[in-house]
Design a protein around this ligand. Structure first.
Ligand SMILES: [Zn+2]
Length: 228
């Protein structure tokens, strides 16, 4: 039905933040200056600062010592950034579609993301791979990366991140098939609790033909797993 040579495989465009040199202080300004990044103006920064001070005091620290003075404000800005996707609708990235007579698999692999585990408020980081089988409508490839970015920026679990992305692509593009595979490392597994560094969590969501037809599913999984 569809063949590998006609398949589009493309890595997402690098974002401005990836090209910027690492900055120690004031780094969050660059994030908010990017109009493509989600923002969440509803975040109550003073309230987070108060809470962080309370946590520092509760663990036996002195929140007023020099090294910690700026920490509550810094953490508040960090949470505003990490949870910037909470109030935005990632579907908007898929609103502009192009009519295209292309009915083979479109795959965007290795979309890196950083999300926050909602059980421990610790980061989990990894890669998402999104494949879909268009039904006359395609979307800009970087938009798929935007969707992942935005769905990741909220208190999250990997399972929900995976199927949320799959549902969005299926519904917005009326795709005949959608396959989303997410692989990530969870800080709550590696640095606390069972402490298993290197453990990888894999989740997948199959929709349409990739769910119903084993042959199509194994083809798309082969593309996602192909060594390049
Ligand atoms: Zn966790």
């Amino acid at each position: 039905m569809f063949s590998v040579p006609n398949t589009t495989t493309q890595r997402p465009e690098t974002t401005a933040s990836e090209n910027s040199p690492p900055q120690a202080e004031g780094d969050d300004q660059a994030f908010f200056a990017d109009p493509n990044q989600p923002t969440n103006d509803d975040v109550d920064l003073p309230r987070i600062e108060e809470a962080v001070r309370a946590i520092l005091a509760a663990v036996g620290e002195d929140p007023d010592r020099e090294g910690l003075l700026e920490t509550p404000a810094r953490v508040a800005r960090m949470y505003a950034e990490m949870f910037a996707g909470l109030k935005s609708d990632p579907a908007r990235h898929l609103s502009k579609v192009f009519t295209e007579d292309y009915d083979e698999i479109v795959l965007v692999r290795d979309i890196s993301f950083c999300s926050m585990c909602e059980h421990h408020l610790l980061p989990f980081t990894g890669k998402a791979h999104i494949a879909y089988l268009p039904s006359g409508k395609v979307v800009g490839l970087s938009k798929l990366a935007r969707v992942v970015e935005e769905v990741a920026r909220r208190p999250q679990v990997q399972e929900r991140l995976t199927h949320t992305v799959a549902d969005l692509v299926e519904n917005r593009l009326s795709a005949r098939g959608v396959a989303v595979v997410v692989e990530s490392t969870h800080s709550c597994m590696t640095m606390r609790g069972v402490r298993k560094p290197g453990s990888l969590c894999l989740t997948s969501a199959m929709r349409g033909i990739f769910r119903d037809d084993p042959k199509s599913r194994s083809e798309v999984l082969g593309l996602i797993n192909r060594q390049s």
